[in-house]
Design a protein around this ligand. Structure first.
Ligand SMILES: Cc1cc2nc3c(=O)[nH]c(=O)nc-3n(C[C@H](O)[C@H](O)[C@H](O)COP(=O)(O)OP(=O)(O)OC[C@H]3O[C@@H](n4cnc5c(N)ncnc54)[C@H](O)[C@@H]3O)c2cc1C
Length: 380
């Protein structure tokens, strides 16, 4: 039976940085991916920020970054707010492959086309059964997405609340502002979620919705129909759906011999559904903690809880606050959304979405009788 200090399951935005940081400190590390290629198989808006690249120690090379985009939020009445932050529309496959290069350079062993089928904790060691072999590891990092096999095998039944999403990649779109990523909120547009149009390249855009309490595909088709001016001549070349965990980080993502990260643990910013950055940072921290714990010969839950302590500030906090903002928004009517877009500044919207400085935004809204009761108080 081959033995490793750390086995990372899943080569996505969370798992690859985990394998890299574990290998970097000298832990014998194996990264296992069930797909035959490390690439962006799951649907994703593929938008992130420059700080993601900084935190991952990657250059935002031209073959990874498709274009810089401005962000704009539309109220149900069509009024909009331009946000002062720039996002990067990336080629996520190239991003993941560049991360994999770093992991390999650090000394991590990478196996593709090998699926982990089960894990058993035996005598202080993890036995990892795959389609090819059985391995032993001191610590397993579960970065295998929302339907995590690692979590299931280890009896973790707690799951972050999901939002179903569907996307169309469309060609022959005729975007009015080809450098603007548009977000649309409203109870009839996307109940308890949002719709989006993300420009990808000339004539190409991803159009998607996430909704709770309704059929995502129904809302997406309605949305496309309502945006005939930009999407009327477009053709769909990719149609996929997936769940995004937006209910915050689960309580039990650390145990004896394991750490769950990324979508498997709910390390996604709830209000935006963005997980590339927050999962990547979770990966880097988890890999280092797991690697050190394994080298020290102590892979107990107590030792691995260092992950939670280090992730809490700022990411754990941000996830909790963004969840609070999301819960507060859930009960708003379209009229109240319209009011909100009139009152809030672009900075307030960015803070709400990212879970930063909520009290300042709440204080501003307290002056507005309707929103004070229903929205502002729940932010405090
Ligand atoms: C429609 C949609 C749009 C999104 N848009 C954005 C966006 O624009 N920006 C953003 O930041 N985030 C976005 N997200 C969220 C983001 O995609 C995820 O949060 C992020 O990919 C999570 O990374 P992960 O590594 O935890 O999981 P995943 O990306 O799910 O990766 C898990 C990996 O594990 C592998 N795996 C699974 N099971 C096994 C097994 N048993 N054995 C071996 N390997 C296994 C999978 O093949 C996969 O490669 C979006 C999500 C969706 C669904």
């Amino acid at each position: 039976m081959k033995e490793y200090d750390v086995i990372v399951v899943g080569a996505g935005p969370a798992g690859i940085p985990a394998a890299r940081s574990s290998a970097e400190i000298g832990a014998k590390t194996l990264l296992i991916e069930k797909n035959q290629t490390i690439m962006a198989q799951k649907p994703c808006g593929e938008a992130t920020s420059l700080s993601t690249f900084n935190d991952m120690g990657l250059d935002p090379k031209p073959y990874i970054v498709l274009q810089k985009v401005r962000n704009r939020v539309y109220a149900p009445n069509g009024k909009y707010l331009d946000l002062g932050i720039e996002a990067l529309s990336i080629n996520k496959t190239m991003y993941l492959q560049e991360l994999a290069l770093k992991a390999a350079e650090a000394g991590a062993e990478i196996h593709v086309k090998e699926r982990v089928d089960g894990i058993v904790y035996k005598g202080g060691v993890m036995e990892v059964k795959t389609t090819n072999e059985v391995y032993r590891a001191k610590v397993v990092i579960g970065a295998d997405g929302y339907n995590s096999t690692v979590a299931r095998s280890l009896g973790i039944t707690e799951k972050s609340e999901p939002i179903p999403t569907v996307i169309y990649l469309m060609v022959n779109v005729d975007l009015e502002d080809p450098d603007v990523a548009k977000f649309f909120i409203g109870t009839t547009i996307a109940p308890k979620g949002y719709a989006w149009i993300f420009p990808k390249s000339e004539g190409v855009a991803e159009v998607g919705v996430g909704v709770r309490g309704g059929q995502a595909k129904y809302y997406l088709d309605k949305f496309v129909e309502q945006h005939r001016d930009e999407l009327g001549k477009a053709q769909i070349i990719d149609y996929r759906g997936a769940l995004v965990p937006i209910g915050g980080m689960i309580e039990n993502n650390v145990g004896d011999g394991f750490i769950l990260i990324g979508d498997a643990a709910g390390t996604v910013i709830p209000l935006t559904g963005a997980g590339i950055h927050s999962s990547g940072v979770a990966g880097l921290i988890a890999g280092e903690v797991a690697g050190r714990a394994a080298l020290e010969g102590d892979s107990s839950k107590q030792r691995l809880l260092e992950f939670r302590k280090r992730y809490e500030d700022p990411w754990g906090e941000r996830i909790k606050k963004s969840l609070k903002a999301m819960r507060a928004l859930e009960s708003l009517t379209d009229d109240e959304f319209n009011m909100l877009v009139d009152i809030l500044s672009d900075e307030d919207v960015v803070n709400l979405a990212s879970g930063i400085n909520l009290s300042a935004t709440a204080k501003k809204l307290l002056r507005h009788p309707k929103l004070a009761l229903k929205f502002a108080r729940s932010l405090l």
